[in-house]
Design a protein around this ligand. Structure first.
Ligand SMILES: Cc1ncc(COP(=O)(O)O)c(C=O)c1O
Length: 430
C-alpha cells in the first residue's frame, strides 16, 4: 500500500476523531524516523513523549522477544515474574512515600485508578469521597474522570453529559507568561486560590488535588517554585491526598527520572505511562501505604494490566535510561536547545516564550510581544514546514500556539543542532 491508499482506507474505516499529521511512519532507529516513501526525519516528539530510549532499541526488542517466547499473557488472576520485579523497582525509584503500584495500560487508566484509590481511601475514613480539584489548562486523558479533570474545554465539545462528572472543581493555573505578575507572587496567589476553594466553596471533604508537575498538553507550563511550596503546605495541613500526574513528564523527560525531583515533591499518589514502556502500552499508579491500604481484594482488576511482556519491557527501559545516561543527556541537549532558541528569539518577534525542563520544551508563538495574541495559525504552519524539512515536532498549548520539543532522550548534539538550523530557516520563511 502507498501513502494515498492508506489515507483513503483510514478515512473509510477508522473513526475520524484524530487530528493526524499526514505521514505514514514505517521504521525508526534512535531519534530517526522513516516514512513510507523512505524519507527520514529527526523525531522531536517521540510519539508524544513516549519513545524516551529511542526507537527500536535493541534491548527493548530483546526484552519483549525473550518474554514473548516464554509467556505473553497471564491475566491479573495470576502472579507473573516481570510484573513483581517492576512494582518492586517502581517503589525504589519514585518519591519517598510511594510504595504500592497498580499496573494498567495507559495514562488515562492510570488517572482513573488514582481517582478510584482516593475515593476508596475517603470511604474507608467514613467520608463520602467528595470533591476533586484539578487545574485549568491541565490534561489528564480522554475518558471518564480523566476527561472531566482535564481543564480544557476543547477536549469536551459536545460531550456535556459525559464529561460533567459532579464534584470536580478547577483552580487557576500559574501560567506566568500570560500574566504581568511577578512569577513568585503568581505561584503563591494561584496556590492560595486552591486554599480558598477548599475552605470557602467546597461543602464536604476533598478527595484529592491533582496536577501535572509541568503541564504538557497545556503548552509546557512550568509552575513557579512558590506554587509547589504553598500547595504542599495547604494539602498537608488538611490531610488532602496529592496526586502528581507524571504521565508525560516521567522517565527522564525533564532531566530527572521524575519531574517531582526538581521540587522535592512528596505526592501521595503518582500516575505514570508514556515513557514508562518505551512504546508498549503500560501505565501505573503508585500510592503511599496510607492510601493503598484502603483497598480490599476484588476492588481492582485488569485483564491486561501488568502483562508480562509490557512489564519486562518497562523494567528494561528503566535500566537503559540509567545505563546510557539518557537522563543526563536530556539535561545536556535540553541546554543546547534552550541556548539556540534564546538566540533565535532575539531575531524573531514571533517567539514569545521558551520554557520547560530537560527535553520537555515549549516555544510559545505570539503575533505581538505586547498583546501576546496567540499565533496559532503560524504555529500550525511551522509544524508543517518543519515536517517538509525532515523534522517532526509537537504542537500544543491552551491556544494551540506552542511548539513542543520532546525528542527521544538519546538525541545527539549534531541532531539537535540540525533541528535548530531548520527551525531558524523555517522562521526566516515566515
Ligand atoms: C499528563 C497526562 N496525563 C494523562 C494522559 C493520558 O494518557 P493516555 O493518552 O496514555 O491515555 C496524558 C496524555 O497525553 C498526559 O499528558
Amino acid at each position: 500500500m502507498n501513502f494515498e491508499e492508506i489515507v483513503k482506507k483510514d478515512k473509510e474505516f477508522f473513526v475520524q476523531g484524530y487530528a493526524r499529521v499526514p505521514l505514514v511512519l514505517v521504521e525508526g532507529q534512535g531519534a530517526i524516523l522513516k516514512d513510507i516513501n523512505g524519507k527520514e526525519y529527526i523525531d522531536c516528539f517521540a510519539g508524544i513523549a513516549v519513545s524516551n530510549v529511542g526507537h527500536a532499541h535493541d534491548r527493548l526488542v530483546q526484552a519483549a522477544t525473550n518474554q514473548m517466547k516464554k509467556l505473553i499473557h497471564t491475566s491479573g488472576r495470576f502472579f507473573n515474574i516481570p510484573q513483581t520485579l517492576l512494582v518492586e523497582k517502581l517503589e525504589e525509584i519514585t518519591p519517598t512515600y510511594l510504595k504500592h503500584t497498580y499496573l494498567c495500560n495507559s495514562g488515562t487508566e492510570a488517572v482513573e485508578n488514582a481517582v478510584k484509590l482516593v475515593k476508596k481511601h475517603a470511604y474507608s475514613q467514613g467520608k463520602p469521597g467528595g470533591t476533586l480539584i484539578a487545574l485549568e489548562g491541565s490534561f489528564h486523558g480522554r475518558l471518564g474522570y480523566a476527561l472531566s479533570l482535564t481543564g480544557q474545554g476543547k477536549y469536551k465539545k459536545g460531550l456535556a453529559n459525559y464529561t460533567n462528572i459532579p464534584g470536580i472543581v478547577h483552580a487557576p493555573v500559574p501560567y506566568s507568561y500570560r500574566t504581568k505578575m511577578d512569577e513568585d507572587e503568581l505561584g503563591t496567589d494561584c496556590a492560595l486560590a486552591v486554599e480558598e476553594i477548599i475552605d470557602k466553596h467546597i461543602v464536604g471533604d476533598v478527595a484529592a488535588f491533582i496536577m501535572e508537575p509541568i503541564l504538557g498538553e497545556g503548552g509546557i507550563i512550568v509552575p513557579p517554585v512558590s506554587y509547589f511550596e504553598t500547595i504542599a503546605r495547604i494539602l498537608k495541613e488538611r490531610d488532602i491526598p496529592f496526586i502528581l500526574d507524571e504521565v508525560q513528564s516521567g522517565f527522564g523527560r525533564t532531566g530527572k527520572l521524575f519531574a517531582a525531583e526538581h521540587w522535592d515533591l512528596n505526592p501521595d499518589l503518582m500516575t505514570m505511562a508514556k515513557g514508562m514502556g518505551g512504546g508498549m502500552p503500560i501505565g501505573a499508579v503508585i500510592a503511599s501505604s496510607k492510601i493503598a491500604n484502603s483497598v480490599e481484594s476484588g476492588d481492582f482488576f485488569s485483564t491486561y494490566g501488568g502483562n508480562p511482556v509490557c512489564s519486562a519491557v518497562a523494567l528494561e527501559n528503566i535500566e537503559i535510561l540509567r545505563d546510557e545516561n539518557l537522563i543526563q543527556n536530556a539535561t545536556k541537549i535540553g541546554k543546547i536547545f534552550f541556548d539556540g532558541l534564546l538566540d533565535l528569539q532575539k531575531k524573531h518577534s514571533l517567539i514569545g516564550d521558551i520554557r520547560g525542563k530537560g527535553l520537555m520544551i515549549g516555544i510559545e508563538l505570539v503575533q505581538n510581544q505586547e498583546t501576546k495574541k496567540p499565533a496559532s495559525e503560524e504555529t500550525n504552519k511551522i509544524v508543517n514546514y518543519l515536517k517538509d524539512e525532515g523534522i517532526i515536532i509537537g504542537l500544543g498549548g491552551i491556544f494551540g500556539n506552542v511548539l513542543r520539543l520532546q525528542p527521544p532522550l538519546c538525541i545527539n548534539e549534531d541532531q539537535a543542532n540540525k533541528v535548530l538550523e531548520e527551525i531558524e530557516e523555517v522562521f526566516g520563511k515566515l
